[in-house]
Design a binder for this molecule. Sequence first.
Ligand SMILES: Cc1cc2nc3c(=O)[nH]c(=O)nc-3n(C[C@H](O)[C@H](O)[C@H](O)COP(=O)(O)OP(=O)(O)OC[C@H]3O[C@@H](n4cnc5c(N)ncnc54)[C@H](O)[C@@H]3O)c2cc1C
Length: 402
Amino acid sequence: MPDYDAVIIGAGIIGAATAWRLQQCKPAWRIAVIEKESACAQHQSGRNSGVIHAGVYYAPGSLKAKLCVAGNQRTKDFCREHDVAFEECGKLLVACSERELQGLAQLKTRAEQNSLEVDTLDERQLRQREPHIQGLGALFVPASGIVDYAEICRELLNQFCEHGGEVLYHHQVHRLVEEHAEVRLFCKAANDSEHVISCQQLIACSGIQADKLVQSLGLDLSFRMMPFRGEYFQLAAEHNQIIRHLIYPVPDPSMPFLGVHLTRMIDGSVTVGPNAVLALGREAYRKSQVSWPDLAYMATYPGSYRLLGRFWKAGLGELRDSLLKGAYLKRVQQYCPGLKKADLKPYRAGIRAQAVDSQGRMIDDFLFARGKHSLVVCNAPSPAATSALPIADHILAELGLH
Ligand SMILES: Cc1cc2nc3c(=O)[nH]c(=O)nc-3n(C[C@H](O)[C@H](O)[C@H](O)COP(=O)(O)OP(=O)(O)OC[C@H]3O[C@@H](n4cnc5c(N)ncnc54)[C@H](O)[C@@H]3O)c2cc1C
């Protein structure tokens, strides 16, 4: 008999949400979460902008659109029910040129296709709402909010443990073997000892490590994970009141990321960021950090070169802004001209886990891979933190466990 009915790899927001929902659906099951770090939310889930997205940007009918719209409501409901601080502060997408005004109109149509309530503001209305922000117009998205996703993760896992679930920290899964009736996980514990754990159902929510687990299970690997570092600054505390909403630029539709934004954080501070720089390692949070094994892995993949070929110009721009604070500042000054270099204080970076196919295309939608007794979350970039509860239900439905 296997050690557990189900094991979930990864104590990020998706692993935590999946464990919590699975336990509700199967209260008699023995379920464990296996995490290589010493606490939950140490990677993407604890290093993001903390925005509860509304679902403006995503292609109608995509999983991102459906699960984000549902996740916006579910996240707020969860926070209300479990006393987790959040705020529905709304978002302004600010257009600074005629071209961006056209982009704004397209985003409005998309938001309406995704059944969102949005409002167009002209220059004067924007000034009234945000005296420190300049632009030709804006799209107001009232449903956007802010939260600390690490706090949600802790709450989900506390409840999971209170109801009999187990979380094994300091356990790094380095090999998976899927057999006739079970999956065996080979884990390295903190003292380098080897543990073998077996389960009937495996769900891997391992973020940037997803491709390694897909490979280990012997499933078709049609993508590789690429690490894009998102570097932030924090505004000096005297600027904590500089904005009332989240302030976003109009994104370039040919780029997958949302652009450097001003974000009110739930602790009252304001961050600026993130940019998107190809990192030299899956967990290379500092600019100077390099992981040679990760680089070698990327170098053997044709998709890496094709990605660089597609985005070399934008990539060089991101690198320049990463190295030169003045260049980074200029991006924000387009819509917040009053900010100065000295206002930007250091802040932690995050690394986006982005799946890239062999043609060098970034996979846009959420993506999952199935084995006989396993499911791996392969691509869960933003807005996956917002969407975590509906993603959990989607996973359980895929496995017939809902
Ligand atoms: C800079 C940045 C800003 C973002 N902003 C937002 C935002 O504002 N709103 C939003 O909705 N989304 C945002 N996102 C996206 C969001 O943070 C992620 O989509 C989400 O956190 C993904 O959660 P996860 O559980 O899949 O991954 P992670 O949080 O990365 O968790 C994966 C976990 O698996 C563990 N793990 C991996 N491999 C193993 C192994 N072999 N053995 C054991 N454990 C393992 C890791 O240690 C980790 O704890 C942002 C992301 C970034 C990086």
